[in-house]
Design a protein around this ligand. Sequence first.
Ligand SMILES: Cc1cc2nc3c(=O)[nH]c(=O)nc-3n(C[C@H](O)[C@H](O)[C@H](O)COP(=O)(O)OP(=O)(O)OC[C@H]3O[C@@H](n4cnc5c(N)ncnc54)[C@H](O)[C@@H]3O)c2cc1C
Length: 422
Amino acid sequence: MKIGVIGAGAGGLHLGLFLQKHGVETMLFSERTPDEIRSSRLPNTAIHWHNVVSHDRELGVDHWEGGQVCNYFWVGGGGLPEPLVFQGNFKAKSQIVDNRMYCATLLEDYIKRGGAVSYGHIQADDLTGLSEKHDLVVISSGRGSLTELFPRVPEYSLTKPQRLLCTGIYRGITNREPEGLGINFLIGTGEFYEMPYLTFDGKHTALFIFIVPGGSWEVLMGNRYDDDPKKFNATVLGLITEHFPHIRERIRETEFGLRSNLDILQGSITPTVRRAYAQLPNGKYVIAIGDLHAVNDPLTGQGVGCATNGAFVVGQAILDDGLAFDERFCKRVEEQMWSWTGDATAWNNYMLQVPPAPNTVDLILAAAKNQTLADAFADNFAAPTKNWNVMATLERSRNLLHMLGMGSPMIDAALTSKAGTA
Ligand SMILES: Cc1cc2nc3c(=O)[nH]c(=O)nc-3n(C[C@H](O)[C@H](O)[C@H](O)COP(=O)(O)OP(=O)(O)OC[C@H]3O[C@@H](n4cnc5c(N)ncnc54)[C@H](O)[C@@H]3O)c2cc1C
């Protein structure tokens, strides 16, 4: 049996390493060599929640020490008299490692262990030929390539971006101890994440700004670092000074600024779900995993978890059922992937709502007062089904809050008004 895997991001690498570990012959198609990956522009500033770290461990590629033990939440605006400040602790550490270092290192691991790699950009026209040379081709080419093959699923997709995104690696910020991800919600305006960030020359800080379109932070998007680095840095510092004194007090002003002109990404994502398999003109099937299958706004950081879950689902299915990589095989894989990715997508899209839904508000108000709830909410960024189980309906959230002896004023008002209009 020989499997072709296209794409050397988190999804493709985890699948390649998984199959290699289980003795399945694999050809990994990578656009770039490890050195080219290292010297590329920042592709994301992804946190790997502990579900991803545990897959790294299982594959023997958990190279990085340390990590984050909690989320530090700060919630302001939206008519709150005072910001809510609370900490949610994880059961196991998350990690924020520069994706370029991460992918280059995992690709080298795969090669050192004897894995075969073919370098180059695969075109849609190449797929039929590749499918003849492999029993199955799995594609993990991310959100911008080979998408046309896999039909969009309108039911689960949004039609426009919900946030404008501006993320980069900065010098001159002292990270908090114990190390954690700073999640700052300024209701109605956007979110500001402060992330201790391990990159090529040690630990710095990624500042990830999620901008509600049309809001006051949109000014950042017209402000390109390359056009005027000083102005860009001053704009970011001004935003922090205005809204987040708890971050400002840890900034060394003379050192503050973007680490390099490659360390910034500005853009937006339209959350899109596609079918996870497609039939080629020769009748053979190809499977999509990761962002190619479902691309989400990074708000709750679910992309890598979905990609690695997809890799493990497909990998295990190949081990369990190599009889035929037919439609039956593909359908089952799609269903299994969706049980994780569907909940991650639904929860993430729910959290993007502006203004936030009544149960989001009540749960956050309650988490600020109840450590058990705060810990569960934070830890379940690594288990999106658990957070979605709580938030999928107003009644579910209300029942949990009442079990914890807490009130649900916004939910109650919404349910009363719904009953009144019914
Ligand atoms: C700004 C930002 C922040 C994010 N933050 C988080 C976060 O905190 N947590 C989280 O879990 N996720 C986060 N994500 C999402 C996460 O980065 C993606 O979900 C994840 O990288 C998807 O992995 P993938 O393997 O599907 O695709 P990718 O990581 O995009 O990898 C695709 C690979 O395929 C290669 N490729 C593409 N086309 C071809 C081709 N035609 N031929 C050969 N190779 C090809 C590319 O070079 C690349 O190496 C973030 C994304 C962004 C943009």
